[in-house]
Design a protein around this ligand. Structure first.
Ligand code: AMP
Ligand code: MG
Length: 400
């Protein structure tokens, strides 16, 4: 009996736990998921400082057209030791430099005119103008990055400004990828009549690295016990093993049998989806093992719908599914299968919202339809047909 898509997906996810954490350097943190919350170790900014290149003044001295004697200079990076703003004077100051004693406002250069060694103020000035006060951005001990956050450039900037050289983030799984089949040859090798070039290893490796996991391409196992056993043993050294092909009921489809013989406990081996139906999932201890069908389109969609969320969960992500959004159909879509149907579609932004249409022949053997598609439309087993103008659930594969 095939599992429904929903049961298959939750069976997988219920058996997947996030990996442990590791310390990683600032330069390698982009896209990683932080394991522990980060609190501000100090105020930001750390001291009152100037927001502009200009003059540190006393606001009370600055009636329009007041003339102030310029006395002193504080560049960025300097300290204010010994410099203060006395009545009737101004101190030249650069952006980011600390505010000197006596100063309660900054006059930007463009709001003054130079007159020898004095300036003339040409705008009204209020107390606090152009001063960034200590802690006004972030206060010491504030939780700035909660555990589970995906680190973007903004978070990394913050971590660097808190001088955190290394941060604890969830590990990325190594994902062994094994193509199986006597008919396969590696790309670059001459394919004799009847031979097929192994393309699945490479699309799966790209899909794995796209989400930040680490692909380990094992190459091709032949349809015999020895070759499969050797490669599967190697694959089980990784955090996750994905095989492709050899899981249907053909004579030489030995993958399931050998996985079982090495102690992989099977949780399901068929899912009521198209494409991707003959997908199996098992556990060797707690290690997930996925077997995808060999057909390239089926293997890519099986990965997308069943494996991708699992790998994201292992890396600590909370948003593990591509968002389901609605698009309006330009032409009808059919689901003759009584299974969950994934259709490769082209989605466009129009003035009337998102509009979707089939990207071409939906036969699972047709790779070009996958190339033209930028989204997957999902029809449930009960949705035999959707008419033009109806709404369909889609998952975008690329940003529009
Ligand atoms: P199977 O699941 O073994 O019945 O394979 C189904 C189809 O997918 C066959 O036409 C295979 O030649 C093809 N196929 C299997 N493995 C690969 C692969 N690694 N790369 C490209 N095509 C493959
Ligand atoms: Mg085969």
């Amino acid at each position: 009996m095939a599992e429904s898509f929903e049961v298959a997906r939750s069976t997988i996810l219920n058996n997947i736990s996030p990996l442990k954490a590791e310390m990683v350097e600032l330069s390698q943190l982009g896209g990683r998921v932080i394991a522990e919350e980060v609190r501000a170790p100090w105020d930001l900014p750390r001291w009152d400082n100037s927001e502009m290149d200009g003059f540190a003044v006393r606001a009370n001295d600055c009636q329009p057209f007041a003339r102030l004697q310029v006395d002193g200079y504080i560049p960025a990076g300097a300290v204010t030791d010994g410099i203060s703003v006395r009545a009737g004077t101004a101190v030249r100051i650069m952006t980011g430099a600390p505010i000197p004693a006596g100063c309660d406002a900054i006059v930007p250069i463009e709001n003054s005119e130079s007159a020898g060694d004095s300036i003339i103020i040409n705008r009204a000035v209020k107390i606090g103008d152009y001063i960034r006060f200590r802690g006004s951005d972030i206060a010491v001990n504030e939780v700035m990055i909660p555990a589970g956050t995906v680190l973007r450039p903004a978070e990394i900037n913050l971590l660097a400004s808190f001088s955190q050289l290394k941060v604890s983030v969830l590990c990325r799984p190594t994902v062994a990828i094994l193509s199986t089949g006597d008919e396969l040859v590696a790309p670059g090798k001459t394919a004799a009549a009847g031979q097929i070039i192994d393309s699945n290893s490479w699309s799966l490796a790209a899909a794995v690295s796209e989400i930040g996991a680490i692909p380990v391409v094992l190459g091709i196992a032949r349809d015999n016990h020895e070759s499969l056993s050797d490669k599967i043993a190697l694959g089980l050294e990784a955090d996750v093993l994905i095989t492709s092909a050899g899981v249907s009921t053909g004579d030489r489809d030995l993958v399931r049998e050998i996985l079982e013989s090495v102690g992989v406990k099977r949780l399901f081996w068929k899912v009521a989806i198209k494409p991707g139906g003959p997908t199996a999932f098992g556990l060797k201890g707690s290690k997930p093992v996925f077997s995808l069908p060999g057909n390239p389109v089926s293997s890519m969609i099986g990965f997308e719908e069943l494996i991708r969320p699992a790998l994201l969960k292992m890396m600590g992500h909370r948003d593990i599914f591509r968002p389901l959004i609605k698009a309006t159909l330009r032409a009808p879509l059919c689901n003759e299968t009584k299974k969950t149907r994934f259709l490769r579609v082209k989605v466009e932004k129009t003035s009337a919202g998102l509009v979707a249409e089939s990207a071409g022949d939906q036969n699972t053997g047709i790779l070009s339809t996958m190339i033209r598609a930028n989204a997957i439309a999902i029809l449930s087993a009960e949705q035999a047909e959707l008419s033009a103008g109806e709404q369909v659930d889609i998952q975008l594969l690329n940003p529009l």
